[in-house]
Design a protein around this ligand. Structure first.
Ligand code: ADP
Ligand code: GN1
Ligand code: MG
Length: 358
């Protein structure tokens, strides 16, 4: 447990009485704790200062995005306290505070009666998460994209990610290069394809940019998407990024860090289910060219994530939280396996998108 927790919790405006805090969730980036006081529960997070060099910008984006969403949800007759994140203020009335080492902390209301999954159990559940992320994109449609801070520069700029990987290879900081020859060769074969998205005029939208399944809270009873969380990377982006990132995580038959690659396959029924849900909500907002790029988005986001895991493995696991030796390498390998599987399913993926868009 972080030694600053006690001091930090006292700074937030919580109900009086005793409280407890325990580590929570499976996020790779922030430190997350569940804080309980009597009947009430909260999520306390230390924002990762290595990943987000300007965490105040992250908070400014989140304050504005959640205020916008709350108004939108209210107009649509929903429950703003449950359907988007709610920041808890400090005694000073601020939305975040610092520990003595300068780490930035924030607190959210815990969204009750929901689950967050690391693998979709059924296509039906994955379809509902597709609806939730499609809805997020639709609801954010009227938000001025260029007023958002770019919280991580070049976040989904795949050519830049490729260059970062080449850089990590050249530096070989953790001395692990010898164990990844095959993976590097695979990435180098892809070099020309990674900038496929750059060509042509594709609209920039407000996108979530981190649409993996455990970043949407699903209703415990119905499985319906209740609340899209992890808003740290909401920035201008392409619709295909959000679609593709969900697919790379949820249309795999195994966990993102499965060491046994024979268990990692690409599931077309899962792909179809998510596509149906996503386009049900966002289909009217997207143009034909954007819709046509969705399969490419899946391929590109998977390749990009694999390159990021591999680069972090070479750099000595500085970015993604790891829980075992070789964790980032296992993660990279599942992504590369999925890319290969997607190539074999390319024609069917395009057919499914066309069919779901009608
Ligand atoms: P990270 O950036 O590290 O992924 P997240 O913001 O996604 O951090 O939070 C980690 C996990 O904590 C989520 O996957 C989810 O399970 C849980 N979580 C986060 N915020 C809430 C919330 N407001 N209510 C309930 N659970 C939450
Ligand atoms: C990180 O924060 P989390 O765990 O939801 C990462 C994503 C990766 C994902 C891979 C800010 O997501 O970009 O796709 O891990 N988030 C950031 O699981 O880098
Ligand atoms: Mg997360």
């Amino acid at each position: 447990m972080n030694p600053h927790i006690e001091n930090v919790v006292m700074q937030f405006d919580l109900p009086d009485g005793a409280w407890t805090a325990e580590p929570y969730g499976n996020g790779h980036i922030n430190e997350t704790y569940l804080v309980t006081t009597g009947e009430k529960r909260f999520i306390l997070q230390r924002v990762n200062g290595y990943v987000f060099p300007k965490p105040e910008d992250v908070m400014d984006n989140i304050e504005r995005v959640t205020a916008f969403l709350k108004a939108q949800i209210e107009r649509e007759g929903g429950d703003p306290a449950r359907e988007t994140l709610t920041l808890v203020k400090t005694h000073q009335g601020d939305c975040f505070t610092y520990d003595r080492e300068g780490g930035l902390w924030r607190m959210y209301l815990f969204v009750e009666d929901t689950v967050s999954c690391d693998l979709p159990d059924t296509p039906a559940l994955f379809e509902l998460s597709g609806e939730a992320f499609g809805k997020f994109q639709r609801q954010m449609g009227g938000f001025p994209a260029d007023s958002l801070h770019e919280t991580i520069h070049d976040f989904h700029n795949t050519p830049a990610r490729y260059r970062q990987l080449e850089d990590a290879i050249a530096r070989n900081e953790a001395g692990r290069l010898g164990s990844v020859t095959a993976e590097i060769e695979f990435c180098r074969q892809y070099e020309r394809e990674v900038d496929a998205m750059e060509a042509g005029e594709i609209p920039l939208r407000v996108t979530h940019n981190d649409t993996k399944l455990n970043n949407v809270l699903l209703d415990r009873q119905t499985g319906r998407g209740v609340c899209v969380i992890d808003l740290d990377t909401v920035m201008p982006g392409l619709a295909a990024y959000d679609f593709g990132d969900s697919i790379r995580f949820g249309a795999s038959t195994a966990a993102e860090d499965e060491p046994d690659l024979s268990r990692v396959q690409f599931s077309l029924p899962m792909f179809e289910a998510f596509t149906r849900g996503f386009l049900k909500e966002a289909g009217q907002t997207l143009g034909a060219r954007e819709i046509g790029l969705l399969p490419m988005g899946a391929n590109l986001m998977t390749m990009e994530c694999g390159m990021r895991f591999l680069a972090d493995y070479l750099n000595g696991d500085k970015y993604f939280r790891v829980h075992r030796e070789g964790h980032n390498l296992d993660r990279a390998r599942t992504q590369f396996k999925l890319v290969r599987c997607m190539e074999e399913s390319w024609a069917q993926m395009a057919d499914i998108v066309r069919h779901c868009a009608q």
